[in-house]
Design a protein around this ligand. Structure first.
Ligand code: IMP
Ligand code: MG
Length: 179
């Protein structure tokens, strides 16, 4: 897998340290906001969510959604469909969306609108990565792990054509792999 990586942007150790910090901050912020439901957006955010919830020293419920916005390619289609919905009601709960990467922001913009309509007590976003200069939707992210360059990023849950999700670090894919 590593031969397709142009540059490692964040090592396993850097990710571990940053996710631990994010979890600690979330535990402080949500100490008096219960119940807390962390919603992850499959499949990319599953790895991040698994580490994040274990860094939050509070009772946490977990639920999953799957949306399609990218297909198998490397460019955003803008169209978002719910492929798998939450398994429980979030009404009156404090919802934190765990997302892998904020690129155009269109996926999260859609999710925020959709989940807001279900009357959660609060709704916030924790994004592991945010690409610099690519956001088309105005979104306020309460927690951002790392800012990253506008390249094609893989690893730690992020894929290209379903590959590289199990890479322990985060890296930029060599352009010749996706061009
Ligand atoms: P957005 O709607 O453009 O913000 O993109 C949202 C989704 O596209 C993310 O949740 C990822 O699943 C995927 N995505 C965006 N950029 C990348 C990337 O660089 N590598 C892998 N997946 C990406
Ligand atoms: Mg995703």
């Amino acid at each position: 897998m590593y031969e397709d990586i142009q540059e490692v942007l964040f090592t396993q150790e850097q990710i571990r340290a940053r996710v631990a910090q994010m979890g600690a901050q979330i535990a402080v912020d949500y100490a008096d906001r219960q119940p807390l439901v962390v919603v992850s957006v499959l499949k990319g955010a599953a790895v991040f969510m698994a580490d994040l919830v274990r860094a939050i020293d509070l009772p946490v419920e977990m639920d999953f959604m799957a949306v399609s916005s990218y297909g198998l390619g490397a460019t955003s289609s803008g169209a978002v469909d719910i492929v798998k919905d939450l398994s429980m009601s979030i009404e009156g709960k404090h919802v934190l969306i765990a997302e892998d990467i904020l690129d155009s922001g269109l996926t999260l913009d859609f999710l925020v609108r959709e989940l807001s309509s279900r009357k959660p007590a609060t709704l916030e976003i924790a994004a592991l990565l945010r690409k610099r200069g690519t956001q088309k939707a105005e979104l306020s992210c309460a927690y951002v792990g790392f800012e990253c360059p506008d390249e094609f990023i893989v690893g730690y849950g992020l894929d290209y054509a379903e590959r590289y999700r199990n890479l322990p670090c985060i890296g930029a894919l060599k352009p010749e792999v996706y061009q």
